[in-house]
Design a protein around this ligand. Structure first.
Ligand code: IPM
Ligand code: MG
Length: 363
């Protein structure tokens, strides 16, 4: 029997509540599909910071490195720790474990309301492949002449040939795979998310590498769209997209818009992947920690359960992953269980239990 070691960092705000539902599902599918899961909890986050003066122990990466996967709830509570300090926990893991692909599927489950009129479960089925270790998030820069009238800040993006080409290769391989499986509305297309009209070094470099990488995939169609135009096209013609490859910051921005196409942040999941499996990958809902809702049991756990599904796919437990997908689809299309964000009154736990019950009853 395969047994997976999973490190769990529930984090801040609603993190604990949504993680609990995700972990119940994980345990249930392990039993049902005959594999083992051993979880270890780490209480790192803003409360840890208040006690220890740091978000996590200095040897966090050493502690985590031998796990098969990391499961993260959400991080941040600006009332306790400034966001640019607390979020270093997340960024340190992404970078430290070379999780260079941030994979964010944008799909609308049938039965879910979205504020975007063009979004239907047919028209919305694409994936954003976000670069996750460099670019605009390289944390290079500084404050200068602080507290003087001449004060300025510098923030430098770092784009390397290796960093750009490997994430683009991943996007092309994914598009090829989706084409083979016939997944999505548009098949076999990679859209390059750029801004080379204004960013005359970094994005010109990025575009050039995109052209070079794409030459290796003649079976995949390509197009390039500027990031500002992409936000427009997401709304106007979501069916145009299959796989989008984007830099760190652009990928961050367009996936929040993508979440609205999906019906809200409560449905948007993400995987931080080290595709070579040299290091553990990390799975998390992309929503924030919503401290004002913490402890109220009203957060939607679907994004978290979706992240568990992505974790199982990564670990190779495909039947378990499919069973989760089926159960989520069934509960959501049934339309009876709705959390607050969906206009209903069901709790985090009730949504989790409904998905769990459906999963256990299914075959
Ligand atoms: C995300 C988040 C993070 C990011 C923040 C919390 C640092 O917005 O995962 O999308 O910008 O990557
Ligand atoms: Mg974001």
């Amino acid at each position: 029997m395969n047994t997976y070691d999973v490190a769990v960092i529930p984090g801040d705000g609603v993190g604990r509540e949504v993680a609990d539902e995700g972990l119940k599902i994980l345990d249930a599918v392990a039993d049902k599909f005959g594999f083992g899961v051993k979880t270890v909890n780490y209480d790192w986050g803003c409360n840890y910071y208040l006690k220890h003066g740091a978000m996590n122990p200095a040897d966090m990466l050493v502690t985590l490195k031998d796990f098969d996967a990391i499961f993260l709830g959400c991080i941040g509570d600006a009332g306790k720790v400034p966001d640019h300090v607390s979020l270093s926990l997340l960024l340190e893991i992404r970078k430290g474990f070379d999780q260079y692909v941030n994979l964010r599927p944008i799909r609308l489950y049938p039965g879910i309301q979205t504020p975007v009129r063009t979004a239907t479960s047919q028209s919305v089925d694409f994936v954003v492949v976000r670069e996750n270790t460099e670019g605009e998030y390289s944390r290079v820069g500084g404050f200068f002449k602080s507290d003087t009238p001449d004060a300025f800040a510098l923030q430098t993006g770092v784009f390397t040939r290796k960093g750009c080409s490997r994430v683009m290769d991943y996007a092309f391989q994914l598009a090829r795979e989706r084409k083979m499986l016939g997944v999505g509305q548009t098949v076999g297309r990679v859209t390059n998310c750029s801004k080379s009209n204004a960013l005359n070094y970094s994005m010109v470099f990025w575009d050039k590498i995109f052209d070079q990488v794409s030459a290796g995939y003649p079976d995949v169609t390509t197009d390039t769209a500027l990031v500002d135009a992409i936000t427009m096209w997401f709304v106007k013609n979501p069916e145009h997209f299959d796989v989008i490859v984007a830099s760190n910051l652009f990928g961050d921005i367009i996936t929040d818009l993508g979440a609205m196409l999906q019906g809200g942040m409560g449905f948007a999941a993400g995987a931080n992947l080290n595709p070579e499996k040299q290091f553990p990958s990390m799975f998390e809902p992309i929503h924030g920690s919503a401290p004002k809702y913490a402890g109220k049991g009203i957060a939607n756990p679907v994004a978290t359960i979706e992240s568990v599904r992505m974790m199982l796919e990564h670990l190779g437990e495909l039947h378990a992953a499919q069973a989760i997908e089926k159960a989520i689809a069934q509960v959501l299309s049934g339309g009876e269980i709705k959390t607050k964000d969906m206009g209903g009154t069901h709790s985090t736990e009730q949504m989790g239990e409904a998905i769990l019950g459906t999963l256990m009853a299914g075959n």
